[in-house]
Design a protein around this ligand. Structure first.
Ligand code: SF4
Length: 248
């Protein structure tokens, strides 16, 4: 079983390669797609996290070694942690799978891309390692009001914690990016850009999917135009995901 895999569909727009070191995620986001992917009930998936098997790091190391060999003469593709879980959820403070995974990858010359809504203090401990290993730090952030964040991402970190860790990482010289997806309250998403553009190196912007009730009340072309105009005005680098690009 390969633990590093090539994502398909929408996830492919995020990363050419990914790995899930944890199964389950206690952040409990209401829009979470992971339970459906894994044929689980949301309450079951969000109740507890666990390592993806006792030997997940050994399997990860084996896959890193294979990748390094296959692509020895080529630019290494980054491996994203994680799609089906959060690499900095509370269990990371005990198991350190993400920290150890970054080190394992670095040993084989493979670079990691983090995507998290985890606690800033937990992430901060790994910033020196991220800097040294040229890991990119991605934070999901589409709300500026913490009450909105609490409604949709009840157990994830606060908006302020995410802004702080982005700033700190950027100041240290770590490449930072924001996954602004799913956008649920367009005006708040635009405020995130206004607030954080100074210390975010790259933005990925995507719409809400699989929630018709909320989606149909949003003028997506208008949001897309506003977001791109704002990002352009700050000279920011960005990628608009296909669903949002094609939204009419
Ligand atoms: S952080 Fe990601 S995996 Fe975890 S509950 Fe939220 S959407 Fe799901």
């Amino acid at each position: 079983m390969n633990v590093i895999y090539e994502p398909k569909g929408r996830a492919r727009e995020y990363a050419p390669l990914a790995c899930n070191l944890y199964m389950g995620c206690t952040h409990g986001c209401k829009y979470c797609y992971a339970p459906a992917c894994m044929h689980k009930k949301p309450e079951e998936w969000h109740q507890a996290a666990r390592a993806r098997g006792e030997n997940v790091l050994a399997l990860f190391e084996r896959d890193c070694a294979r990748l390094a060999k296959e692509r020895a003469d080529d630019e290494m593709r980054r491996v994203l942690f994680c799609f089906l879980s959060d690499p900095y959820q509370p269990l990371e403070s005990e198991l350190h799978l993400t920290r150890r995974g970054i080190s394992v990858a670095a040993r084989h010359g493979i670079k990691v891309d983090i995507l998290t809504k985890g606690d800033g203090a937990l992430i901060e401990q790994d910033l020196p390692l991220m800097l040294e290993s040229q890991t990119h730090l991605g934070i999901t952030l589409s709300f500026i009001n913490d009450a909105s964040r609490r409604e949709w991402e009840p157990m994830a970190s606060t908006v302020q914690s995410r802004l702080n860790i982005l700033r700190k990482a950027h100041e240290m010289g770590i490449y930072t990016w924001v996954s602004m997806e799913p956008v649920i309250i367009p005006d708040e998403a635009l405020d995130v850009i206004r607030q954080a553009h100074d210390y975010v190196d790259f933005w990925k912007v995507g719409k809400l999917n699989h929630n018709k009730e909320v989606e149909r009340n949003i003028d997506w072309p208008q949001f897309r135009d506003n977001a791109t105009a704002l990002l352009d005005s700050f000279g920011s680098r960005y990628y608009i995901k296909e669903d949002l690009r094609k939204a009419v």
